[in-house]
Ligand binder design. Structure first.
Ligand code: COI
Length: 356
């Protein structure tokens, strides 16, 4: 291993890469990790030496607060390689800002954005062989922070570990996405942590999502926790409804994640002259549109899922199929988004960020 000191980072390089041991044509989302990881500890009120080192296990006290109180947040980002071999990220500053918003809500100290960005640039340069060119191939970036102070007193930790892992990825959903509309369980509540990318928000969904999976559905569309009346967010993505030619998505709130793909879709709709309404939408409105034949599409939008069309939804055990459209909004947005992400199309919004 060689030790190099970059501007602000210590870099310990792995001697031999594992990249040739991986079957890139047959990836399970999030299973493989690249050669390196980024790590930075927080102690005595400050973030200490930021380091990139070979991917490997950690030694953490079983008393660490993350294990007892789930004090942890994460982000999801992606890097793409264009046909010239240049590597790009998509709106990374949005994720960096959101990570710190999530941290604040979980009483975790914010991480310096400039070190975050430098860490991303450096580790992506080092592991760029893991990013394969071509639409659909990407490197999923998983930054996260965990509370590492040992002690089971129920209060925030004084010590943390911030990390970045990289994982080669293809499609998140390989087949159909059929969803159940939640009638009983909730993902988030007013005043809670739904708007933060808190690890526990996802863990709490596994049980109700498994109930949906047992019935042949992949995801749940969560409804508001007060009345189960308003359609809010799907498990791994924000959700859009197309009624006639109008796109509708729920406004961000305490309960809904401010998705980067979500806001990019809204901007793309506006550029395409498609009416996009950011407003509450009820289950009754959805059912009425489905009954009268004006419900054209439902699709999810997220970093991992990109744009994932929903093929059917179930409410009160009644399943309704969505029409199969030749020229869907979902496909149009997916192509436009990926065109920008893979440096194949103009980027009028300045969303693309070249890794350097
Ligand atoms: C992402 O799109 O990055 C997500 O947060 C989904 C993840 C839970 C797989």
């Amino acid at each position: 291993m060689s030790l190099i000191s970059q501007q602000n980072l210590t870099v310990i390089k792995k001697e031999t890469s594992r990249v040739n041991d991986v079957d890139f044509s047959n990836l399970t989302f999030g299973k493989e990790f690249t050669d390196h990881m980024f790590e930075c500890d927080y102690k005595d009120g400050t973030w200490l030496e930021p380091t990139i080192r070979p991917f490997g296990p950690l030694t953490i006290s079983p008393g660490a607060k993350v294990f007892h109180y789930g004090q942890a947040v994460f982000e999801g980002m992606k890097a793409y390689k264009d046909d010239q071999g240049k590597v790009w990220m998509f709106r990374p500053h949005e994720n960096i800002k959101r990570m710190n918003r999530s941290s604040k809500r979980l009483a975790i100290p914010e991480f310096p954005p400039e070190i975050f960005l430098e860490a991303l640039n450096t580790i992506l340069r080092m592991d760029s062989e893991w990013i394969k060119p071509g639409f659909g191939n990407s490197l999923y970036i998983r930054p996260f922070v965990i509370a590492t102070q040992s002690g089971v007193a129920a209060s925030e930790s004084t010590e943390y570990k911030f990390m970045i892992l990289l994982s080669p990825a293809q499609a998140y959903y390989k087949g159909e996405v059929r969803v159940v509309i939640a009638e009983h369980y909730s993902r988030a509540a007013d005043g809670g942590v739904g708007a933060a990318k808190a690890a526990g928000n996802y863990g709490a969904q596994f049980y109700p999502t498994n109930l949906a999976k047992e019935k042949g559905f992949q995801q749940v569309i969560w409804t508001d926790s007060n009345e189960h009346k308003y359609l809010e967010e799907a498990g791994t993505m924000n959700v859009f409804f197309r009624i006639n030619d109008t796109l509708i998505t729920a406004p961000t709130s305490d309960r809904i994640l401010d998705g980067v793909t979500r806001k990019s879709v809204i901007a793309l709709a506006e550029r395409n002259g498609i009416k996009a309404e950011v407003r509450k939408i009820t289950i009754d409105e959805l059912l009425a549109a489905s009954n009268e034949g004006s419900l054209m599409e439902i699709f999810g939008a997220g970093t991992a899922a990109v744009i994932s069309p929903v093929t059917a939804f179930s409410y009160k055990d009644q399943v309704r199929q969505l029409p199969q459209l030749e020229d869907s909004f979902a496909m149009r947005f997916k192509n436009e988004l990926m065109g920008i992400q893979y440096n194949k199309a103009e980027d009028p919004f300045g969303w693309r960020y070249e890794v350097h």
